[in-house]
Design a protein. Structure first.
Length: 319
């Protein structure tokens, strides 16, 4: 459970000292933790923003599309590591002769780097964190779109809890898509269907790990709660049985973190420190999609790209 040791060392010192050492160590650990978890939180936002539509076309009232989707997020090398420089730290140092070193983010691989610090002349050390050690992550999800009045479609999305290594991941989402083309006169109508989409997604990432015993208790879990709102403009065009689509989107997201374990005072201190990591994020993305229709069925794929690249495959049934 080395990857969470950035934060667990905060608690013992908080109980015994208000020294400058303590403040420096706490500041260093929170900064390092932020750099460690931020890429994974951002990746989750991109993965949850893909595949909300197969077309910008207007659905007729009560038309229903049910989809089974496979969602793949590719992890770029630039998101697997971050640089620790002792010049930017107040207390914590790198064990050995190096003054700067790359260590993994939550999306990275293994590490043999050891970090150390001191509080009131008492030295502690801990291994740098390890990451997911994968080049991509994937999960499966169910989605349904129901045609409502005036060219509006209600969309619901559900991903059952899945396990990636020792991490559990679950997604719930709801959205509304509205056809814009219907409001143009026939003379001004484009050869493309145009639509706007807004969606809300809630995701939970939980990690249970071997119990880590501390002075006032122990920790054995971390939960990450996230939510995002996506605003999407999209266009599509039918060519025989094919539907080609494209879109651009803006995602606003927020994350919070919570440590689980035993010892009320210990957990209170840790989780209070973690509130400094609750931040709002804004991300832009673009989509390219193809959907092939065969009677009531269709198969589609969508490529979503921005800071991360996401590839989605879907099997759809239209009623």
């Amino acid at each position: 459970m080395r990857k969470y040791l950035f934060i667990i060392f905060i608690s013992p010192a908080l109980l015994f000292s208000q020294s400058n050492d303590l403040n420096d160590v706490a500041g260093d650990l929170i900064s390092l933790t932020d750099q460690y978890v931020a890429p994974a939180a951002e990746a989750t936002t991109y993965q949850s923003s893909s595949g909300w539509y197969t077309s910008a076309e207007k659905k007729e009232l009560w038309d229903l599309e049910i989809s089974l989707q496979a969602n793949f997020l590719f992890i770029p090398k630039s998101k697997k590591n971050f640089l620790i420089n002792e010049a930017n730290l107040s207390n914590i140092t790198i064990q050995g002769n190096d003054t700067s070193v790359l260590i993994p983010t939550a999306l990275g691989t293994e590490s043999n780097v050891v970090l150390e610090g001191s509080i009131n002349d008492e030295v502690f050390e801990f291994d740098a964190p390890e990451g997911l050690d994968k080049n991509y992550v994937n999960h499966y999800q169910l989605q349904a779109g129901l045609g409502l009045w005036k060219g509006t479609t209600l969309i619901a999305r559900y991903s059952p809890k899945i396990k990636i290594n020792k991490t559990f991941y679950q997604v719930l989402g709801v959205g509304l898509q509205h056809n814009i083309s219907q409001w143009f006169s026939k003379e001004k109508q484009s050869k493309f269907d145009l639509a706007a989409l807004v969606s809300y997604t809630n995701y939970n990432v939980s990690d249970e790990f071997s119990k880590v015993d501390l002075i006032l208790g122990s920790i054995n879990a971390i939960d990450v709660e996230g939510e995002s709102v996506l605003f999407n403009l999209l266009a599509s065009k039918n060519i025989k049985n094919f539907r080609f689509s494209t879109g651009v989107g803006l995602t606003l997201s927020n994350f919070s973190y919570k440590i689980g374990g035993e010892g009320d005072l210990l957990l209170s201190i840790l989780n209070q420190a973690l509130t400094t990591l609750e931040t709002n994020k804004t991300n832009f993305k673009a989509d390219l999609g193809i959907d092939y229709k065969l009677k009531h069925f269709s198969v589609n794929t969508m490529l979503t790209f921005g800071k991360y690249t996401n590839l989605l495959f879907g099997l759809n049934y239209n009623i």
